[in-house]
Design a protein around this ligand. Structure first.
Ligand SMILES: [Zn+2]
Length: 138
C-alpha cells in the first residue's frame, strides 16, 4: 500500500518532467514550474498537494495515466521503479496487468542529458535511505 508520502513523491517526480495533473475531461488542473525550493518542496507544490488531498484526489489524473490520485491513495496501489527510466510508476496490488509507466508518452525520457528529478534534500532522511539500501543489499 502506498503511503501519502509516496504518492506525493511520485507527483513531485513527474511534475519535474513537465507532466500535468488533469481532470476527467482532460483539462489541466495543475501545471507547476517549480517543485523544489532549496531543501524543501516549493510553496506552489505544497499548495497543490494540499488541494489534491482536500478533494481526496478524486477525478484528477497524472496526464498519460489512467489511475486517479484517489486510487493511488487507496490500498490498491503501490509504486515500483520503472525498468526503463527508474522513476516511480504505479503498480496495482490486485490486477496483474502491467501498466505503462508515465514515461510511456514522453519521447524525450529517459534522457541522460537532463537532470534526474529529485526530492528535496533532507540530509538526515537521505542518510537513512542510504543505510536502508546498503542493508537490503547484504
Ligand atoms: Zn518509466
Amino acid at each position: 500500500m502506498a503511503s501519502r508520502t509516496e504518492v506525493k513523491n511520485y507527483l513531485a517526480h513527474w511534475f519535474q518532467l513537465g507532466k500535468q495533473i488533469v481532470s476527467n475531461d482532460g483539462r489541466a488542473i495543475y501545471k507547476l514550474e517549480k517543485i523544489i525550493q532549496g531543501d524543501r518542496f516549493s510553496p506552489e507544490f505544497e499548495a497543490c498537494w494540499t488541494d489534491i488531498l482536500k478533494g481526496e484526489g478524486k477525478g484528477c489524473y497524472l496526464i498519460g495515466t489512467d489511475q486517479t490520485i484517489a486510487e493511488l491513495l487507496s490500498s490498491e496501489w503501490d509504486f515500483e521503479s520503472c525498468a526503463r527510466c527508474s522513476m516511480p510508476a504505479p503498480l496495482s496490488q490486485s490486477q496483474l496487468s502491467t501498466r505503462p509507466c508515465p514515461c510511456d508518452d514522453l519521447s524525450n525520457w529517459p534522457n541522460v542529458d537532463l537532470p534526474h528529478p529529485r526530492l528535496p534534500v533532507d540530509s538526515h532522511r537521505h542518510l537513512g535511505q542510504m543505510n536502508d539500501r546498503l542493508q537490503s543489499r547484504n
